[in-house]
Design a protein around this ligand. Structure first.
Ligand SMILES: CC(C)(COP(=O)(O)OP(=O)(O)OC[C@H]1O[C@@H](n2cnc3c(N)ncnc32)[C@H](O)[C@@H]1OP(=O)(O)O)[C@@H](O)C(=O)NCCC(=O)NCCS
Length: 189
């Protein structure tokens, strides 16, 4: 079930265990068979103030490659250029999911979708993508693309499961415009 609260989306998630290694939450679950209200997940717009938490999340997410386009300054510029298209998922004030989204007037693009490992498989990734796609639709964009490492088998399963098609007839080509052959990271785009 999804509700709107102060322009954020609150997800009432199904009653599922949170996984091993979280003794406090396991105790909480014993008291109640369902998530408490405090454990509701909120999806809201990505603000530059979220940068430190989001970059920490991305650093831990296999399948997300970071480079010079992910500095605070670069992300701030991206968010300014695509206002209110990117989202974070929050639980108890902690960021547990994030995605960048934007468009160039023709196609939409998603980058760096990630959900913290212990919160996966509860619909948060799907919901983050859904709010981005709704925004793109609202802006009149008809198709959305994303880049994924060919080695990211788990990511491929997620995208296929949520309706995305692999364009096997296409390849990505790229040229550097910054006179630099240095890259501070690895990113599929
Ligand atoms: C990919 C990722 C964002 C998915 O987030 P999530 O919150 O676990 O995804 P959801 O719970 O919304 O899953 C949606 C559907 O995909 C399926 N799915 C998710 N991860 C899957 C996996 N690893 N293998 C198979 N299916 C998977 C879920 O079972 C669910 O299917 P259902 O609706 O039939 O139950 C998360 O695994 C992640 O952060 N991965 C690392 C970063 C990454 O690779 N990002 C993609 C970059 S292109």
């Amino acid at each position: 079930m999804i509700g709107i609260l102060n322009k954020s989306i609150v997800l009432a998630l199904p009653c599922v265990p949170q996984g091993p290694g979280r003794k406090r939450d396991v105790k909480m679950k014993k008291k109640s068979s369902c998530w408490s209200a405090a454990e509701a997940t909120t999806v809201r717009c990505f603000r530059i103030e979220d940068y430190d938490a989001v970059i920490a999340l991305w650093r831990c997410a296999e399948g997300v490659g970071l480079n010079e386009s992910d500095t605070r300054r670069a992300i701030a510029a991206y968010l300014r250029r695509n206002p209110r298209f990117s989202f974070v998922a929050e639980q108890d004030g902690r960021i547990i999911g994030a995605v960048l989204c934007g468009h160039d007037g023709r196609r939409g693009y998603l980058h760096h979708l990630a959900v913290a490992e212990r919160h996966r498989k509860r619909g948060i990734g799907r919901q983050l993508v859904a709010v981005c796609l709704a925004k793109l639709r609202q802006a009149g964009i008809q198709k959305c693309n994303l880049f994924i490492f060919a080695s990211n088998a788990a990511g491929m399963k997620f995208w296929a499961r949520t309706g995305w098609k692999l364009r096997t007839e296409l390849r990505v080509m790229q040229i550097r415009l910054d006179n630099s052959h240095r890259s501070r990271g690895d990113c599929p785009c």
